[in-house]
Design a protein around this ligand. Structure first.
Ligand SMILES: [Zn+2]
Length: 230
């Protein structure tokens, strides 16, 4: 078998496609000690990013005294070596992180997990729901309305007992590869239909034409025939 293989390899002429190398993910991580505190992120944008500036801004926003190392593993996919699991917890809780209106989608690093297996398109956002009638504003209704946007992770009732509130905040995991939802039609008492407006807090730039995050209206990917998102 070994002889056969040797023979075959000698005769082989490698096509361009075949000559593309497969890189081991772990070659970047000669020392994965302390990986329990690491995170991995992807810049979900078609815009050109100055990474050095981005790293600097993130470091200052994260407000951490320890050294933070950034390692680009693949275009726009960046490993962030934090030193403290509590810092990691805090940063993930405070998702989403935006740089210059671009989303840096952050998730936990998992040892030996391939880059392709990470899910970056699902990101939590705080969303304001307007117009839900006050007398019908209960947990069930809020969950129902919230779930039309994405998976509801938390509800912020704000000052419910204090009387009138203008909106409710919900933390929702949103698939940013899908067009953004801007309203929810709510059918309330006596079949009265109400349009609930949705406002996204701290949201990255998105296209008003196709409703997808990561490019601006002037550069709509649907128009230019560009298939690749990010
Ligand atoms: Zn577009």
């Amino acid at each position: 078998m070994a002889e056969e293989l040797k023979d075959l390899l000698e005769k082989l002429s490698v096509s361009e496609e075949e000559s593309k190398r497969v890189f081991s993910f772990s070659r970047f991580l000669s020392n994965s000690k302390g990986h329990e505190a690491w995170v991995i992120g992807k810049v979900m944008s078609n815009e050109k990013i100055n990474k050095e500036v981005m790293y600097r801004v993130l470091r200052s926003m994260w407000f951490t005294k320890e050294v933070v190392n950034f390692v680009e593993l693949k275009e726009k996919v960046i490993l962030v070596k934090l030193r403290d699991v509590d810092v990691r917890k805090r940063l993930l809780n405070l998702n989403p992180w935006l740089f210059d209106q671009n989303l840096f989608s952050l998730t936990s690093y998992v040892k030996d997990k391939e880059i392709e297996e990470y899910i970056f398109n699902l990101s939590p956002f705080w969303v304001r729901l307007y117009n839900i009638p006050f007398d019908q504003m209960d947990r069930k209704i809020v969950l129902k309305v919230g779930e039309t946007i994405g998976e509801v992770m938390a509800i912020d009732w704000r000052d419910r007992d204090g009387g009138w509130i203008e909106y409710i905040r919900v933390k929702v995991k949103i698939d940013i590869l899908k067009p953004l939802r801007r309203v929810v039609y709510f059918v309330g008492k006596e079949d009265a239909e109400i349009v609930c407006a949705i406002k996204y807090e701290r949201f990255p730039a998105f296209c008003y034409k196709c409703g997808i995050v990561g490019h601006k209206t002037q550069k709509c990917i649907l128009e230019g025939g560009q298939k690749e998102l990010y």
